[in-house]
Design a protein around this ligand. Structure first.
Ligand code: DX5
Ligand code: ZN
Length: 237
């Protein structure tokens, strides 16, 4: 499995969102010189509604603008909202590539995942730190990615919760035993000091906000983080 960085724009400067996002995609792209159109790499978009999580961020309008500015980027939309079924069509229309929903927010998770897939988007499920991996056993064959939260969702720059590592390891085992191929994504507190353990546990899609956009040069931060992640694959068990 390829290790990929998914820069989270939550920590970007929203007044120059496209420029910040391009810099992160360039630095953390899967190829060295990503073209400025986005290069086909993953950009993580955190959607918050002030109900499911105690914060409000962006909606379909911003996703549509990002799609225009980055026509080739994979827009990985992480919906931290209640009643996601009501908004999925709008995010699809705006240009989302992947849409993930929280297990905790979906009474009819199976139906919601079907809805996402029926629109041609890649469906994902997200688990809060307090939710055991086995809560989603019955839908694992429907998902393109399984996102493990390693902080409580709502804000960037929080401390990594180490319990997430065991959840990644469990998922790797379950995926193997079921012969599935969904990707394992991790979100929250991914930084130079945590990424080694995260990759060794088995995560492949690394969401990082503060570590990329927080301070210093965005391009360099992304490059360094991806470099550290790839180096850790060499020491995987
Ligand atoms: C948190 C969001 C994350 C956030 C991660 O609710 O889902 O994507 O941006 O931020 P960092 O990398 O700063 O912990
Ligand atoms: Zn996120």
């Amino acid at each position: 499995m390829t290790i990929e960085l998914a820069p989270s724009i939550l920590s970007a400067n929203f007044a120059r969102l496209a420029e910040d996002a391009k810099a992160a995609l360039e630095g953390g792209g899967t190829v060295l010189h990503v073209d400025l159109e986005g290069g086909g790499t993953v950009l993580h978009v955190d959607v918050m509604d002030g109900h499911f999580v105690p914060n409000i961020t962006i909606g379909p309008l911003v996703v549509a603008s990002l799609r225009k500015a980055l026509p080739n980027a994979i827009l990985d939309c992480h919906l931290m909202i209640e009643n996601p079924d009501n908004y999925i069509p709008a995010f699809v229309e705006a240009g989302a590539s992947w849409i993930s929903v929280h297990q905790e927010a979906c009474v009819h998770l199976h139906r919601t995942l079907q809805l996402i897939a029926s629109h041609g988007c890649k469906p994902g499920v997200v688990l809060n730190p307090a939710t055991p991996v086995h809560m989603v056993d019955e839908v694992l064959d429907m998902v393109h990615h399984l996102l493990i939260m390693s902080v409580n969702p709502g804000f960037g720059a929080q401390k990594f919760i180490p319990g997430a590592l065991q959840k990644i390891k469990t998922l790797v085992e379950v995926r193997e035993s079921l012969g599935l191929s969904f990707r394992i994504e991790i979100d929250g507190g991914v930084a130079l000091d945590t990424v080694g353990d995260i990759v060794r546990a088995g995560a492949e899609l690394l969401v990082a906000g503060n570590a990329v956009f927080g301070k210093g040069d965005i391009r360099e931060n992304a490059k360094k983080l991806l470099g550290a992640a790839r180096a850790a694959t060499l020491t995987r068990a």
